[in-house]
Design a protein around this ligand. Sequence first.
Ligand code: PEP
Ligand code: MG
Length: 577
Amino acid sequence: MTEIRLAGSGVSDGIRLGKALCYTHDFQAQQFGDIEERDIPREIQRLAEAKATSIKEIEVLVAEAQLTLGAEKARIIQAQKSFLLDRAFCPEMEKLIAKKLFSAEKAAEQVVGNFITIFSAMPNEYMRERAADVRDVGHRLLTVLTGTARVKLSELRDEVILIADDLTPTDTVQLNNKIVKAFATSKGGKTSHTAIIAKTLGIPAVVGVGSMLAQIRDGQTLIIDGSAGLCIVDPEETTIRRYREKIATETAEQERLQAYGSLHAVTADGYTVNIEANIGTHADAVFAAEQGADGVGLLRTELMYMSQTSLPDEELQFAAYKDIVETIGDKPVIIRTLDIGGDKELSYLKIPQEMNPFLGYRAIRLCLDQKPLFITQLRAILRASAYGKVKIMFPMISSLEEWRSTRSIVEEVKADLRQNNIAFDENIPLGIMIEVPSAAILARRFAKEVDFFSIGTNDLVQYTLAVDRMNEKVDYLYDHFHPAVLQLLQTIVEAAHSESKPVGMCGGMAGDMTALPLLLALGLDELSMSATAISKTKFAVSKMNVVACRQLLAEVMEMSTTQEIRAKLEVFVQTGL
Ligand code: PEP
Ligand code: MG
């Protein structure tokens, strides 16, 4: 048999070799029929019972997820309950039963299908991914109605590689990474919760492989390469041998690097830098702590807002932040206030269509305009500051007026908490993201007033170079090694240090190994990145010499093109490590 190579998006790194288990909840094959008029009450009753059972099942899963994955992930599942309670969901099915004489199954299938179509057509990728949540609830309801037994993922006992059309977030949270070695799905995107959870659990995964995946049968031998986004079916002997070697190298490399995770990052000539994690959820915090993060350099709070169906209240936010802060212990946690707008939407927060959303009503601009929303978040963060080393960071600050308005709102909230004897850290540091060129240019003035900077290169690059970070047509122009970006970085770090303020970086450049010597030479105090990159980065730092890095920086700053700079850095990193 010749091997077949199927490509998809690698969303969680790692390579695994194993046997396939096809996981389907394939109701499409079934034809659901109609009923007689006299059966209407019975069908409506069956639907009501199925809804109640489904809600109970979800509640059990939420409780389990709370224990194993934390409150944040549990809420992703909890959000599915809201579909069952939605006025356009079950009541719509009842209407189809009563008016069109559909069986409960047929009515459920139709309404779920309509919801999936609506979500799948949404312009925002995040909202499109929510179709998977609806599909999950729909399958649950149909499973109960039809009495079909579905393979219980949490009860699998033999090691497998899971193959599915689409895994829902509830499926994914049930995966035991000792049993499910890897998975591949036909559908799915990089920002789906399924992808996020897979990464958190450390299960190599490839999504969006396409319909060919349906040809795979139980027991077939597979290789999943989550780093390359590859699924190899019935690999030949030579391929198996090659991949076994890769797995052995990967394991040895991980073991070697693991030791560096728990150490401080110190260069060969004694220069220290903090290596921190970018996180979005409690589970990410647990993983970051395991990987040896020196703290959290960026908590993207919008993830929690996105997993809700209405604005999260103060208590819910407080509990989530407190969970995270306690997990990180005595290390710092930088909580960034809501950064919504641009490519990130909240279904329940109506923002009128804009010509240029990235230049529009986004991040701090929205928060300053919607003060009650902002105050709720600030109260929750300040309350959580009583439980650890919390710092607050504001995104997309572009002028001193904006910063000062922000600071005065924080002062108002602090005064109110004080008056009500609610505990918080009186000396909580307040910092800003430097991700808009105007803030970078005025960095010296900002440095006099704020407690710290964190450079958001993802946005700083797009705004400095006028290159939309979401547009693949101009992707070739998007590069953090552009000399204009490097000049701004130098301005920002010098400005912070001239006022003895710490400056970190939490944009993608911070986790780029090729950029590392420059970042050390520039003098950044902390680098915050995805937790999976921490031990690798700490290891790389230990091999570097900051004197040599400074020499390299001096040469690079004289160069005029991105290409020259990139080439120079690549050679330095390859020969230096
Ligand atoms: C950045 O812009 O670099 C950043 C870290 O923020 P985000 O990617 O969330 O916009
Ligand atoms: Mg940003």
